[in-house]
Design a protein around this ligand. Structure first.
Ligand code: KG4
Ligand code: ZN
Length: 325
């Protein structure tokens, strides 16, 4: 079964063709990062206008690269939420039009569930029960997944998401946007020698990152940051240590066989390395391109959702604050 995936929830316009939820035939991404970089963050109105310009060319590109004629596309999976309303509307409207014109199944996909399904695009399929750590620009969630579509939320962030914290810390350090990759790069040249707070949120699987960012801000204000690379390494070391320890504790509690890492921050080199090194159970990490927003993960998720009977009507609306569990 070949599914066309469409993703437009934030600042990437993406389209992909995936066969049987596992084999990527094409995975095309039009990034708006350079456009938003001059504002230091995503400007929603600019994002939706860019999606409008990019969506048709990127879908045509995905179909061409997949060497798949339109009549071999069996269904369309599209991100329904969470995300920016204006951005989501572009992908959903185009997906509905194609589904109507070609009379094929339409499947609305939760973007967070899509991030989890990036892990089904690797060589071996994950084994349930699984502990999923989703770390993106908007979310930091620890989820126990017992079966396809069966999620229990164990913990989440009480304030900033991990990616948001990386982006804000990078701004404080003058490292530019997007902050995650900039901190990842700067940290390679530094030592984690600054003492930053270590918010543990005792007795819960929850996170709190805003205090670490505020401490960094104060140090910068007071001129206590001598070396930017050391500050980046210290911030990254603290956030990654908390993510790794909490993830392993949650995996033990849910009796997971494997840990799945997903979301943009899952591209972070230290996080991948430390989690694989410290975890007593196998850790699956998608290729970095499949960690940040893409449409292959949406198509993969759409495949398993349709296996479970999911089908969206042409009256499907976007849900900017859609929850997973
Ligand atoms: O999943 P994603 O592409 O979009 C959302 O759904 O939010 O995640 C974007 C986030 C941004 O905050 C970005 O700074 C962060 O992922 N990110 C990283 C890295 N690459 C992207 N954070 C840390 N290290 C990275 N290498
Ligand atoms: Zn995302």
């Amino acid at each position: 079964m070949k599914i066309l995936g469409i993703e437009s929830s934030c600042d990437e316009t993406a389209a992909a063709v995936v066969e049987d939820g596992a084999h990527i035939l094409s995975n095309e991404i039009a990034s708006q990062v350079e456009i938003h970089a001059r504002y230091g963050g995503v400007v929603p109105e600019v994002a939706s206008r860019q999606h409008l310009l990019a969506i048709i060319p990127i879908i045509e590109q995905a179909i061409d690269k997949a060497l798949t004629p339109w009549n071999e596309i069996d269904a369309i999976a599209v991100t329904q939420g969470p995300g920016l309303a204006g951005s989501l509307l572009v992908g959903v409207s185009v997906a509905k039009s194609i589904a109507y014109a070609r009379n094929i199944r339409l499947i609305g996909v939760n973007h967070l569930e899509g991030h989890i399904y990036a892990n089904w695009l690797a060589d071996t399929a994950p084994e349930f029960p699984l502990l999923c750590l989703i770390v993106s620009g908007g979310h930091t969630d620890l989820i126990c997944m017992r079966q396809h579509g069966e999620y229990t939320m164990l913990g989440h962030t009480m304030d900033d998401a991990a990616g948001e914290a990386f982006d804000k810390a990078a701004r404080i350090l003058g490292l530019g946007y997007p902050g995650g990759p900039a901190i990842d790069k700067a940290a390679q040249q530094g030592q984690p020698c600054l003492a930053l707070p270590y918010p543990w949120m005792s007795g819960t699987h929850n996170f709190s990152f805003s205090g670490i960012k505020t401490a960094l801000y104060r140090m910068a204000e007071e001129g206590k940051i001598g070396n930017t690379n050391d500050a980046a390494a210290s911030f990254q070391h603290t956030v990654v240590s908390i993510l790794v320890s909490k993830t392993i504790a949650a995996a033990t509690e849910c009796g997971a066989k494997q840990i799945l890492l997903s979301g943009g921050v899952a591209a972070n080199r230290l996080l991948r390395q430390r989690l694989c090194q410290d975890s007593p159970i196998p850790v699956i990490t998608p290729h970095p391109v499949l960690c940040t927003d893409n449409a292959a993960m949406i198509a993969a998720c759409g495949y398993f959702r349709q296996q479970a009977g999911a089908k969206s009507g042409l009256d499907m609306d976007v849900i900017p604050s859609l929850q997973l569990a």
